[in-house]
Design a binder for this molecule. Structure first.
Ligand code: NAI
Length: 308
């Protein structure tokens, strides 16, 4: 198994670090355009092997795609992150050019790779990568819902003063502060609806905190987060390479599912060795359906800013 992570910045390096620690591949290539950065970070990471006890070797590459040849899974994190006060959508211009170029280069050397897009605005970047590459839709996956769901579970656990491990919950829809949909109605604590433990007001606050979860961190840190994004991306990679068939909300191409066509948006999918294997159809309430529709409108209008 060979995995490439493009972009050795905060999210890319954290993703690679998580992947090598769990030994998800024999080889992990970390590629960046900044001279020496990916080589330096890879060596730094490899120096933790003797301390932490793993055998996977990370390999750095300054823009040399030959080194990525034959990758089974490729994660794209290259691009600008947001600064305080910015929306993910404001990154579209510059990141579209980067994602397009990177996808082309990757497919030259790894035509069969499963591609995970992390760069923002993620739903639109996933759509762009799919349209530009023409690869089968099941091999193109956008990471957003896994992170938003982890934030949702954390806020629920904090509100209930319990372990996040005992919470199940999902965030679907677009990966944006106003477009994501935390499914509070379906969230459970050890199988029991969380509405049994939290008032409607408290649940609303959890949902609101989840939606601005990324912006809250950006304000505190001064740039966007990386620990949870890196762990969420690794979780997607793990389910694919270990064929775990986990159900994770991911941005995938919809062709009528959830009432939407020709758009990439977050819905629960089964992740296995061939990519996203199927879409899980949840029975949404009328309010949730309306929220999904509104979210799709926003994502579609963002896609309209792309030029092919
Ligand atoms: P960063 O600035 O730390 O790293 C980005 C890296 O990409 C830099 O090292 C840069 O040199 C590299 N890069 C730029 N153009 C490149 C190219 N053409 N080829 C190869 N490398 C290139 O940014 P960070 O924090 O790692 O975020 C990366 C992206 O991920 C941003 O767009 C951010 O908004 C997004 N993000 C998405 C999340 C999600 O849930 N989908 C969560 C967190 C961040």
């Amino acid at each position: 198994m060979k995995i490439t992570v493009v972009g050795a910045g905060a999210v890319g390096a954290t993703t690679a670090d998580n992947i090598i620690r769990r030994e998800l591949a024999e080889e992990v290539v970390l590629l960046d355009i900044k001279e020496g950065v990916s080589e330096g970070k890879s060596l730094d990471m490899y120096q933790t092997a003797a301390l932490l006890g793993f055998n996977t070797r990370p390999i750095g590459s300054t823009n040399d795609y030959e080194k990525t040849k034959g990758s089974d899974v490729v994660v794209i994190t290259s691009g600008l992150p947001r600064k305080p006060g910015m929306t993910r959508e404001e990154l579209i211009g510059i990141n579209a050019g980067i994602v397009k170029g990177v996808t082309e280069n990757i497919l030259k050397y790894s035509p069969k790779a499963i591609i995970i897009v992390v760069s923002n605005p993620m739903d639109t970047m996933t759509y762009l990568a799919l349209k530009e590459s023409g690869i089968p839709k099941k091999r193109l996956i956008g990471m957003g819902g896994a992170l938003d769901s982890a934030r949702f579970k954390t806020y629920l656990a904090l509100a209930m003063d319990v372990s996040p491990l005992d919470i199940h919950g999902m965030v679907i829809g677009g990966h944006g502060d106003t477009t994501m949909i935390p499914l509070t109605r379906l969230a459970t604590y050890n199988g029991i609806p969380v509405s049994r433990f939290l008032s409607a007001e408290k649940l609303e606050k959890v949902a609101a905190d989840t939606m601005v979860g990324g912006a809250t961190l950006t304000k505190l840190i001064g740039t966007s987060a990386w620990y949870a994004p890196g762990a969420a991306t690794m979780m997607l990679v793990e389910s694919i390479v270990r064929n775990q068939k986990r159900i994770v909300p991911c941005s995938v191409y919809l062709n009528g599912e959830y009432g939407q066509k020709d758009i990439c948006m977050g819905v629960p999918v089964v992740l296995g060795r061939s990519g996203w294997e199927k879409i899980v159809t949840l029975r949404l309430s009328d309010a949730e359906k309306a929220a999904f529709e509104k979210s799709a409108e926003a994502v579609r209008s963002m896609n309209g800013a792309l030029s092919f």
